[in-house]
Design a protein around this ligand. Structure first.
Ligand code: SF4
Ligand code: SF4
Length: 364
């Protein structure tokens, strides 16, 4: 296990200094390429999710960060403020922040404190808070929390609802949360993923494994789910599998380098928004988010994991893994399933420690 994955070296005192303006954040733009104008291989980030905790009362089969009740890793309020501020500096056109996890409402008091303090500090807009609505047992409680979030600068509430969530969360809770949110915030400020399921769906808490598998298989046909994280182990084999070489033409530069969307956890690990477990870099007390973006822009072609995936896709990474001893499966459900299987093997065997992490997303 690489030593730097634990984040034990993180020092909260330094973070307080950063928020107070005491850090030496480099805000310099990348130097112009001496060969003249080039297409921008790495886009500046513009949307960022703060992974406020890896904990969650649910353990959805689709969870891309493998969250669950026993997951560990909280972002402190101080860390949240530091990353929020740092993202604003690292993004020349500003950064819209959303707060997710894990399930951020398991830390309600810390969540509302982060929102209030970010607003008071004049940090960038809070675009959304994401939730599975497990806490929405009572309309008055939901209304009270949403009003507090509204005053804390909330743009939109995003509610998760699909068969995987309803294995753990009774569907009346996201329904109640959505109803109350539409009243308190207005319909334009409520997003449900997915509304069709919220309308037609049902609980799978007491379903037999066979019934649950049948519903999941039917739902997977909609192709809404990226088969990484826990979905790689629990859902992918419900789909048609193809040999790895069927994905040989698929590269990943857009998802990794040009989507403008990243996630940052409490320890400063930065992943592409859609590709949990692949490290774009790690911000620390001595390396700001701006430094991290500049480093990525300079070195992405030669970086572990990012380099082969961006240029040759998961089959490129597979070939590297095979040289290290990985044995390919007979089939994969898609390029992201292939990618995750290979990455997980690499992680578990200690390869490419600077390209794979954080550990929480490979622990399941
Ligand atoms: S998908 Fe969301 S609700 Fe489900 S386990 Fe992951 S964080 Fe929790
Ligand atoms: S194959 Fe891997 S890098 Fe490419 S989009 Fe899927 S998860 Fe991301």
């Amino acid at each position: 296990m690489p030593a730097d994955r634990s984040g034990a070296a993180w020092r909260k005192a330094d973070l307080k200094g950063r928020i107070a303006g005491g850090e030496s954040l480099s805000d310099q733009p990348t130097k112009p390429d001496s060969r003249g104008p080039q297409p921008q291989a790495v886009k500046h980030w513009g949307f960022a999710g703060l992974l406020f905790t890896y904990r969650c009362p649910a353990a959805c089969a689709s969870c891309y960060v493998c969250s669950g009740p026993a997951s560990e890793g909280d972002m402190s309020v101080e860390e949240g403020l530091a990353w929020w501020e740092g993202l604003g500096r690292a993004c020349p056109r500003g950064c819209r922040i959303h707060i997710g996890g894990g399930e951020p409402f398991v830390r309600w008091e810390a969540l509302i404190e982060l929102c209030r303090r970010a607003r008071a500090a004049g940090l960038g807009p809070l675009e959304a808070v994401e939730t599975n609505a497990f806490w929405a047992e009572d309309a008055a409680l939901v209304a009270d929390r949403l009003r507090q979030l509204d005053q804390g600068g909330l743009g939109r509430l995003t509610i998760s609802a699909d068969p995987y969530h309803q294995q753990f969360v009774p569907i009346q809770r996201p329904r109640l949360a959505a109803d109350v949110a539409q009243r308190v915030l207005g319909p334009q400020r409520v997003r449900v993923r997915w509304r069709d399921w919220l309308a037609e769906g049902f609980d799978l808490i007491d379903a037999t494994p066979q019934r649950r598998q049948a519903v999941f298989t039917q739902y997977l046909a909609r192709r809404r789910d990226r088969l990484t994280g826990r979905a790689s182990a629990q859902l992918a084999d419900l789909l048609e599998l193809k040999p790895a070489d069927a994905f040989a033409d698929e590269t990943c530069a857009e998802s990794l380098l040009r989507s403008r969307h990243v996630h940052v956890d409490g320890e400063g690990f930065i992943c592409p928004g859609a590709c949990a477990g692949i490290l774009l870099g790690r911000a620390t007390t001595s390396q700001s988010l701006t430094d991290t973006w500049n480093d990525l822009a300079r070195r992405h072609r030669t970086m572990e994991v990012i380099g082969p995936l961006a240029t040759s896709g998961p089959v490129g990474l597979l070939r590297q893994a095979e040289q290290l001893g990985y044995v390919r499966r007979a089939g994969y459900a898609g390029k992201c399933h292939l990618c995750h299987c290979v990455r997980r093997w690499l992680f578990e065997n200690g390869h490419f420690p600077r390209g794979l992490g954080p550990a929480a997303v490979y622990r399941d």
